[in-house]
Design a protein around this ligand. Structure first.
Ligand code: NAP
Length: 354
């Protein structure tokens, strides 16, 4: 039996939808000829989604595990109904359907990371073994399905799994910065000390060169990542401000961004930061909203309301070659690789859960 290459055959509700937009997917282990079935080990929950669950359950790892299990049971996929976002998985290929056997980049037994969102990935969870509150990664036992159109990457040998997953989850950010930034440009990264922010800063530093300028905005100046970015010269200036407070950011702009940024990259995991990002952008510049907490309405009406002629780019998580680009940024920048290793490469803590 061959399914739709985009996965519509797995949609239960509403009929006629594609999997990302669907409320509920068929996550059964029935094998279609053009699907790849995987045994899942690790989920990297999207940061906006994990922050929402942390806001609801605090540090209660069991409650977060139960929340994820309930979502997956109800929807057949990890699709947070509040944030609309998902994440990605690491797993081992269990079966490659006969229609895809000509592919030479994947075979049963390979360990891969999915590069498509969990919001469109049929997922079944048998257990959540550990929740890492510090990283938003869940050690699980379960199964997932990749459609014919699905994108994946074989895990690299030289990067620990949890680090690779953290980097691949946000691979679109450094890859898009490498594409949009140019020598001599000023780039401003909002939420500079998170996963995507740190990688975006490194990609920006590489792209703008010595004549360019990279500025970061973080809510607290003393985080290890903020220190790293300043001490290793990835940032020329650091604005410590809550990006939800557009006026507070605006106050710091004349000093930190004497000429406004040609490219602003929004990497935060909370809502309400659209206007501050737009205010940091020069006329005819580009604001790249990588954040899943971005409101289209707030961005569009906010820019209009303050008369800003800027191009706004929605953070498409996929760019051709983005996984390779993101892992290369890590390899090219040993201080950043060391930081990711320390932050994500450890054995996760968190209570075991049913
Ligand atoms: P992360 O590691 O959790 O980083 C989030 C960053 O935002 C942190 O540096 C955090 O600072 C900062 N932040 C939070 N509140 C802030 C505020 N009020 N003002 C300024 N900065 C603030 O998240 P991530 O994994 O890099 O993901 C970032 C965003 O990208 C999330 O919204 C995520 O959902 C989204 N995402 C998008 C895609 C896509 O395909 N477009 C893919 C994956 C993720 P502190 O840590 O100091 O609080």
């Amino acid at each position: 039996m061959t399914g739709c290459r985009l996965g519509s055959h797995r949609v239960i509700e509403p009929k006629g939808a594609l999997p990302q937009a669907a409320w509920r997917l068929d996550n059964s282990s029935r094998a279609y000829a053009n699907e790849i079935a995987c045994d899942v080990e690790l989920l990297n929950i999207d940061s906006a989604s994990f922050a929402q669950m942390r806001a609801q359950h605090g540090d209660d790892a069991r409650a977060i595990a139960a929340h994820v299990v309930a979502t997956v049971d109800e929807r057949g996929k990890q699709h947070n109904a509040v944030t609309g976002s998902g994440g990605m998985f690491v797993g081992r290929v269990a079966h490659v359907g006969e229609a895809l056997r000509a592919r030479n980049d994947i075979a049963p037994g390979d360990r891969i990371a999915s590069l498509v969102s969990l919001t469109l990935t049929p997922l079944r969870l048998d257990a959540v073994e550990r929740v890492d509150l510090a990283t938003g990664q869940l050690h699980v036992a379960g199964t997932a399905v990749l459609f014919e159109s699905g994108v994946y990457a074989r895990l690299p040998d030289d990067v620990p799994t949890a680090v690779a997953l953290a980097v691949l989850d946000v691979a679109g950010a450094p890859a898009q910065v490498a594409r949009l930034a140019a020598p001599g440009m000023t780039v401003c990264v909002v939420g500079a000390d998170g996963k995507s922010g740190v990688l975006a800063c490194a990609a920006a530093r590489d792209a703008v060169g010595p004549a360019g300028r990279v500025v970061g905005i973080v809510p607290h100046g003393e985080t290890p990542a903020a220190r790293l970015l300043v001490e290793h010269g990835y940032l020329d200036a650091l604005i410590v401000a809550d990006a939800r407070d557009a006026l507070a950011v605006l106050q710091r702009v004349p000093e930190a961004l004497p000429s406004l940024a040609g490219l602003v990259v929004n990497c935060v995991n909370v809502g309400g930061t659209e206007l501050a990002s737009i205010l940091c952008c020069a006329d005819r510049g580009t604001v790249y909203f990588f954040s899943m907490a971005t409101s289209f309405t707030a961005a569009a009406l906010g820019a209009e309301g303050i008369g800003k002629d800027v191009t706004m780019v929605v953070g498409n998580g996929y760019l051709r070659g983005h996984a390779t680009t993101a892992l290369q940024v890590l390899r090219n920048h040993p201080p950043i690789a060391a930081y990711f290793g320390e932050r994500y490469g450890h054995v996760p803590s968190g209570e075991p859960s049913a």
